[in-house]
Write a protein that binds this ligand. Structure first.
Ligand code: NAD
Length: 498
């Protein structure tokens, strides 16, 4: 049987790659290769960038209301295809269908926010800044922008970027993850079905070669990246060196601090969803619980252990499963390597996901693992595992928990569970992280706020979506106007207000 070859999207249509390099796309539930994705060569890259460059000016010249109407129709079409899109996401990524629907909804909320562009993009106006002179600022599109996305949210992260970039009047080259590239193709097709002009939203399938071209090509004005920290740093440095605007979101190690007065039921439920949902393959997953006091830690670990053992791990399309497989065998093996390292380093492995019955099949399954007595020197604490592994770190005082969060390399999300409003407020104020939850384990900001971490979790000045998205995808022009109603004499000094 010949396996499907996933296309690029160029000029509003499917486009067979020129490149003969390919990568396999797996069905992670069966472990079998389901399709091949082309890895763009110089010809493919040139075709896509040239098309986007040709389409950008006309799209940017349309009224903001006109662009908003296209986005409106696109959102409606995506919603009416939600089942198909969720299945596509789940089939290549491995997350359960309900989770795939959730990510689609969160992504479409950004498109919904972006339909407010006529209001969001309004400039400022000052009448009579000096005698007979008015001043106005306006936001204009950048031209062609690049969106480079990770495997773990094949719909939501592209939509974070596409909503504001397109609404602001830019053309986009979307380079999805080569591990689950099909959702991007369908999103782009639906954009064109909604009336999006050919060339405005393009999909370039590829790997490092495509990414490096997007970071260096002079026709690309801005690069938005989400992925792991080493690549985020590379994309940030390369794009900036080539004079581009760049936002590059990286990895994470999100802590959840449990104070002794926390509601334990709420904490257990929250930790289960936040650590093991989507098999831990979320940049906002909780991978460390810092528990204040041994009594609280003993009670928490005892309750978590039963729940982790009881996780329903199996095929993503089967209703009722909590967790599907990991995305690839390579990634599953990497996560298993961390579980082995934790044991070697001296942490207590309370539940070993490597022995879960689901691991016996052909898919890339792994059960949930739970470590207790993890310390800050261990690799399982320091490094991002990106799998279903939760580490419990025990401390004596709340101040130690805060110090741990602040000393960590990453600063994406963090949460504190407590009934003490003063303690929570103080923590939220002092913690060095971009997104903070108080009794909320995964504090992902809604579309009209902006998403972004601190420290090595993000490089660049603008967050994703919210008003930061509009700022990132536009540049400001300020126009000063005077009409001839009698010329003043020439002035040779710096203009000052009179
Ligand atoms: P990744 O860094 O491997 O890949 C991301 C993108 O970079 C892909 O499109 C990939 O093709 C490209 N890429 C990979 N290697 C490259 C190279 N050497 N040179 C140039 N480009 C390259 O990330 P991933 O494994 O797909 O995604 C998981 C990571 O993304 C995790 O670290 C996770 O924390 C992070 N993530 C962060 C956020 C956030 O907002 N902070 C959100 C989602 C995921």
């Amino acid at each position: 049987m010949t396996l499907p070859r996933i296309p690029h999207i160029v000029a509003g249509a499917r486009h067979d790659a020129h490149s003969t390099r390919t990568a396999p796309v797996y069905d992670p539930c069966t472990g079998e290769v389901a399709a091949y994705v082309p890895l763009a060569d110089a010809v493919d890259i040139e075709t896509v960038i040239a098309n986007a460059t040709a389409a950008a000016p006309a799209w940017g010249a349309r009224s903001a209301l006109d662009r908003a109407r296209v986005l409106f129709r696109w959102r409606e079409l995506c919603l009416s295809h939600a089942d198909e899109l969720a299945q596509l996401i789940s089939r290549e990524h491995g997350k359960v269908i309900a989770d795939a629907r959730g990510e689609l909804q969160r992504g479409l909320e950004v498109v919904e926010f972006a339909t407010g562009i006529p209001h969001l993009i309004k400039g400022e106006f000052s009448d009579n800044v000096a005698r007979g002179i008015d001043m106005q600022s306006m936001r204009q599109p950048l031209g062609v922008t690049a969106a480079i996305t990770p495997f773990n949210f094949p719909a939501m992260v592209p939509l974070w970027m596409l909503g504001p970039a397109l609404a602001c009047g830019n053309a986009v080259v979307l380079k999805p993850s080569e591990r689950d590239p099909s959702t991007a193709v369908r999103l782009a097709e639906l954009f064109h079905e909604a009336g999006g002009p050919p060339g405005v939203l393009n999909v370039l399938q590829g790997d490092a070669e495509a990414v490096n071209a997007l970071c260096t090509d002079p026709r690309i004005q801005a690069v938005s990246f989400v992925g792991s920290t080493p690549i985020a740093r590379h994309v940030y440095e390369t794009s900036a060196r080539h004079g581009k605007r760049v936002q590059a979101m990286g990895g994470a190690k999100n802590h959840l601090v449990v104070l002794p007065d926390a509601d334990l039921d709420m904490t257990v439920e929250s930790l289960m969803g936040a650590a093991y949902g989507s098999a831990g393959e979320r940049c906002m997953a909780i991978s460390v619980a810092v528990v204040v006091g041994d009594a609280t830690a003993d009670a928490l670990v005892a309750r978590l252990a039963d729940r982790v053992r009881g996780l329903r791990v199996g095929a993503s399309h089967v209703d009722g499963n909590d967790m599907g497989p990991l995305v690839t065998a390579v990634h599953r093996d990497r996560v298993m390597g961390y579980v082995a390292a934790g044991v070697t380093e001296g942490a207590t492995l309370v539940v070993d996901g490597r022995t879960h019955p689901a691991t016996q099949g052909a898919g890339f399954f792994l059960g949930g693992s739970l470590f207790d007595h993890v310390t800050a020197e261990m690799s399982i604490y320091r490094e991002e595992i990106f799998g279903p592994v939760l580490c419990i770190v025990r401390v004596d005082f709340a101040a130690e928990a805060l110090a741990l969060c602040n000393a960590h390399q990453y600063g994406n999300g963090v949460a504190i569970f407590t009934r003490n409003g003063g303690a929570a407020r103080e923590f939220a104020h002092r913690v060095q992280c971009g997104m903070v939850g108080i009794n909320v384990p995964i504090p992902v900001p809604l579309a009209y706020y902006s998403f972004g971490g601190w420290k090595d979790s993000a490089f660049g000045d603008h967050n994703q979506h919210g008003m930061d998205g509009v700022r990132f995808y536009t540049r400001v022009k300020t126009v000063t106007t005077r009409w001839p109603v009698g010329a003043d004499a020439a002035s040779f000094t710096m203009p000052v207000l009179r």
